[in-house]
Design a protein around this ligand. Structure first.
Ligand SMILES: [Cu+2]
Length: 162
């Protein structure tokens, strides 16, 4: 009886452990979910202009795993709605559009930066003031989550949403 439940438990947990243990196969499933090797470097959120209710977060996401990581969503306590965005050129116009996924290649990096990929914050609960910070949580396709803090900085206003 005990053995059976143990087996079931490890079966259920195996996708996670495959996804996050590249070098250390002895790591338990519990530790593996915490010990993921995606790191956020140089994150910042754009300070809002008076009256603005939307903003964006830029960050370099590094993947130190031997397999790709696929970012599928993000959330923050300061925004009601958070989307992954890219900027595409349509004729002479640069337009933002929502993307479903951002892949961070194995042993690679993706730069979320103005005019390119970014995390969009909609319906802010309060203005984003330079010098303060916001929290972000990233969710990956394999179920892993990663949280980081981004300082708020004044940067040139980016693309407008239509
Ligand atoms: Cu956007």
């Amino acid at each position: 009886m005990k053995l059976k439940s143990l087996l079931l438990c490890s079966l259920m947990a195996s996708p996670l452990s495959y996804a996050s243990t590249d070098s250390d196969s002895t790591t338990t499933n519990h530790v593996a979910t915490i010990d993921m090797a995606v790191m956020a470097h140089h994150p910042y959120a754009r300070a809002t202009a008076p009256g603005a209710v939307n903003s964006a977060v830029f960050v370099h996401l590094m993947n130190h795993n031997k397999t790709d990581r696929v970012l599928v969503s993000a959330s923050s306590s300061v925004a009601k709605n958070v989307e992954l965005h890219d900027v595409i050129k349509e004729g002479d116009m640069m337009k933002m559009r929502q993307v479903q996924e951002i892949t961070i290649p194995a042993d690679g990096m993706v730069e979320l930066k103005p005019g390119s990929l970014h995390i969009m914050l909609f319906d802010l609960e309060k203005p984003l003031i330079e010098g303060e910070t916001i929290d972000l949580e990233l969710s990956f396709k394999n179920g892993e989550k990663y949280s980081f803090t981004a300082p708020i900085k004044k940067v040139m206003a980016g693309m407008k949403h239509h």
